[in-house]
Design a protein around this ligand. Structure first.
Ligand SMILES: Cc1cc2nc3c(=O)[nH]c(=O)nc-3n(C[C@H](O)[C@H](O)[C@H](O)COP(=O)(O)OP(=O)(O)OC[C@H]3O[C@@H](n4cnc5c(N)ncnc54)[C@H](O)[C@@H]3O)c2cc1C
Length: 369
């Protein structure tokens, strides 16, 4: 079949690989000018590790493994350590492989067959499904017809909006925003990743390989803005940290302002009652963003991509049956991940000084236990 995939993130690239290796003709359209190489290390957990093995990529993934989360250390306003963050506090699985997001994307890109077409700087603008195929009009003006369209375009999916309705119908804001900034030249004197909390705020440094990132989280109600407007996002971040001069916060904010690829987003889950309509199907965050607090967004992207490709193969042309079976297999993983978030915000971004102190005392107790 001729398949269009919107989005070249982890979900889009793994779907492209899983479909192309089963003989489908795949085109990927990515809105950005290149593969997006930022983002902190992400986790591959549980059954998703088996999926990576099935894709033939486990050896390369393990070679690029990092251990950033388990080296997190909370510090006070003078940078003095106050508590370590044990891995079992942030991971719900003993099978957990952490890898830089850009490395996982690169491993997937390297594995793509040469006939997968990737078109950057374009986006789906109109979908017309006439039951025998879908006519697609792109923002560039280009038009093409496909058998299936896969929406792998993340939390703010355009395919989902065009097929199912506005994002506000499906998004559940968890009361937080997150930002990640490149931090060039950050000396790596030790391997620990310091994180500083003040009420409702976290600012820190995550180091891995030869890279360092400025990490920010803050509590906030939804802020109305265009999620493609980087200047607006930088202003929201700077406003949220206004008056915070402690520790390295000003230096980290400077790095965020200077970063042309700052990653900024709300921490919001996506709940869509069904992930397919006609010849359109959603995978990854577009279908079921669980948020970084779950630590399972990448694992869900990997399992979903494989289930979709396997079911299309099994259904032998009956895409509706394939979509239904894909959804039935993937739903339990999604429900587990979305429900696992609980009050993760209380651990990483406590809302008061009392809560910060209590969190630190509890973590110190775990260290000595
Ligand atoms: C730059 C970036 C950094 C991230 N960093 C982290 C992190 O540090 N920790 C974490 O837990 N999660 C992070 N995430 C989210 C994480 O990658 C996902 O939760 C998970 O991997 C599932 O991926 P996905 O492919 O469904 O969505 P995403 O990773 O969001 O990928 C979606 C892709 O679609 C593209 N896209 C969006 N809209 C369109 C459109 N209209 N047309 C075409 N393409 C479009 C985006 O540019 C992106 O490449 C990050 C995502 C991005 C994009």
């Amino acid at each position: 079949m001729d398949v269009l995939i919107s989005g070249a993130g982890i979900a889009g690239l793994s779907t492209a690989l899983d479909l192309a290796s089963r003989g489908h003709r795949v085109t990927v359209v990515e809105r950005a000018a290149h593969f997006r190489v930022n983002g902190s290390p992400i986790d591959i957990r549980g059954d998703a590790i088996g999926v990576v093995a099935e894709m033939g990529l486990l050896e390369e993934v393990l070679r690029r493994r990092v251990r950033t989360s388990e080296l997190t250390q909370f510090v006070d306003g003078d940078g003095e350590p106050v508590a370590r963050l044990p891995l079992r506090e942030v991971s719900d699985s003993d099978d957990d492989v952490e890898i830089p997001r850009e490395d996982l994307a690169q491993v997937l890109v390297d594995a793509l067959p040469p006939d997968v077409e990737i078109r950057f700087l374009d986006s789906v603008e109109e979908l017309a499904d006439d039951e025998t195929g879908i006519d697609v009009r792109f923002a560039s003006g280009h038009r093409a017809r496909f058998d299936l369209v896969v929406g792998a375009d993340g939390q703010h999916s355009a395919v989902r909006r065009l097929t199912f309705g506005p994002e506000s119908d499906f998004a559940r804001h968890l009361g937080l925003y997150v930002a990640l900034a490149d931090l060039p030249g950050e000396a790596r004197s030790d391997r620990l990743n310091p994180m500083y909390n003040s009420p409702g705020h976290l600012a820190g440094i995550a180091r891995y390989g030869n890279r360092a990132l400025g990490v920010f989280m803050f509590r906030s109600d939804p802020v109305d803005h265009d999620h493609r407007d980087l200047d607006a996002q930088k202003k929201i971040l700077v406003d949220a940290f206004e008056g915070h001069r402690e520790w390295k916060v000003p230096q980290l904010l400077d790095a965020a302002l200077a970063d042309p690829e700052l990653y900024f987003d709300s921490v919001s889950q996506i709940h869509v009652p069904t992930w397919h309509r006609g010849r359109v199907v959603l995978v990854g965050d577009a279908a079921h963003c669980a948020t970084g607090l779950s630590g399972r967004g990448t694992s869900l992207a990997l399992t979903g991509a494989l289930f979709l490709a396997e079911e299309l193969e099994r259904a032998d042309g009956d895409h509706t049956a394939a979509f239904e079976r894909y959804e039935a297999r993937q739903r339990p993983y999604v429900e587990f991940a979305q429900n696992s978030v609980g009050d993760g915000a209380a651990l990483v971004v406590p809302s008061s000084w009392e809560a910060i102190t209590a969190r630190n005392e509890r973590l110190r107790g775990l260290e000595t236990a």
